[in-house]
Design a protein around this ligand. Structure first.
Ligand code: PLP
Length: 378
């Protein structure tokens, strides 16, 4: 049955699975051991670092493998807070993922300055924005939002940060694997990401560290990852992550236009069959919304009832971010996007993958229509 919760996690892609199994069978030794077999793992690890770096235009020594974006956010925030001038603030997008918001809260406490939630490319050139980021310890704005698919103009943000001499932290977790990674690392000083959003395994990801951040560390003793992160590297998972990203970059990116059409067909069908349904960000130009994500505001009923109805029919969708779902409470992202508080509990996020077909979108629209009928039955 079609799965529509890819922004929460994706299944392991076939190439990632193959790479993982091969590494698990043949290159399972501890890369730090003094044997020849371990040296082969060490070499393979460095080759994986080079491949990943090339995909995002970074240098291999800037890639630090870790457990994913949550660990990355925490380690980068800790480093930024240590490196900052005393009293310097951090400029934050209020719709960041909780892992960025909470680690900023922990390390910068009352030194957070909130940016507007959806700043267009041209606004990053305005004096108002420039004065918000001037003197900051860092600016944190994600590349693409996990709940709404809203795309932030990271090239322009990077240019504004460069002009202001402020480091730019970009959470690329939802961007990588969906849109080309080239140029990302040259734009953002710091990048964080997780493999399981693009067909790699869970519990593995990376940080791309800034220039002059040789002293970056993840607070765990040990000299692994060139001294940036202690703990035995999970080479099989790293090999699988790199294979998944290489595959997405090599075979998928040109399919975006077709996928946008299929999603638009789904949106039209839903609005027609369930009048009163709204689509968050529908009026944005296509380049400002991820091709795989739709956030619907249903005209009535709590989103959990819609999710349950769809689940019964074999379709997995979400009420928002997996983290917001785990914690309950209204979505801070929708609030930042000015979705009225009474509409937020009716929000449903649908997120597809490259494997999702046109028929999958069509059958999902039919399932929504059936769910509407079931929910409105006396
Ligand atoms: N950043 C974004 C934009 C995300 O969507 C997620 C996961 O939902 C994360 C960070 C955290 O990723 P992980 O749970 O793999 O650490």
């Amino acid at each position: 049955m079609p799965y529509f919760d890819h922004n929460a996690t994706s299944p392991l892609s076939p190439v990632a699975r193959e790479a993982w199994l091969r590494a698990q069978d043949e290159l399972w030794q501890n890369p730090s051991s003094p044997t020849r077999a371990a040296a082969r793992v060490r070499n393979a690890l460095e080759a994986a670092r080079e491949k990943l770096a090339a995909l995002i235009d970074a240098r291999p020594e800037q890639i630090v493998f870790n457990s994913g974006a949550t660990e990355g956010a925490s380690a980068v925030m800790a480093w930024l807070a240590r490196a900052a001038a005393p009293g310097a603030h951090i400029a934050l997008n209020p719709a960041e993922h909780p892992c960025v918001l909470e680690s900023a809260g922990r390390f910068f406490a009352n030194r957070i300055r909130w940016l507007p939630a959806a700043v267009s490319a041209s606004e990053w050139e305005t004096e108002n924005l420039k004065s918000q980021i001037s003197g900051a310890a860092a600016v944190a704005v994600m590349a693409a939002n996990n709940e709404t698919g809203f795309i932030h103009p990271w090239r322009e943000i990077a240019a504004a940060c460069r002009d202001a001499r402020v480091p730019y932290l970009c959470d690329a977790t939802q961007w990588l694997g969906k849109l080309p990674g080239s140029g990302l690392a040259q734009s953002a000083d710091w990048l964080i990401a997780s493999a399981h959003k693009f067909g790699g395994p869970k519990g593995v990801g990376f940080v791309k560290i800034a220039d002059q951040a040789e002293s970056f560390d993840s607070h765990a003793g040990g000299a692994q990852e060139h001294g940036h992160r202690g703990g035995t590297e999970n080479y099989p998972a790293i090999a699988a992550m790199v294979a998944a990203l290489e595959d997405a970059e090599a075979r998928r990116m040109h399919l975006e236009t077709e996928r946008l059409r299929w999603r638009a067909g789904f949106e039209r069908a839903i609005v027609q069959t369930i009048p009163g349904t709204q689509i968050v960000g529908q009026n944005l130009p296509p380049e400002e919304r991820l091709w795989n994500t739709v956030t619907l505001l249903m005209p009535r009923e709590d989103n959990t009832r819609w999710v349950a109805q769809l689940d019964k029919r074999g379709f997995q969708v979400s009420t928002g971010s997996a983290c917001a779902t785990g914690k309950g409470g209204p979505s801070h992202v929708l609030a930042a996007m000015r979705v009225p508080p009474d509409a937020a509990p009716r929000a449903i996020r649908v997120s597809s993958s490259w494997e999702t077909s046109r028929e999958d979108w069509q059958t999902l629209a039919t399932a929504f229509a059936e769910a509407a009928q079931a929910l409105h039955a006396p």
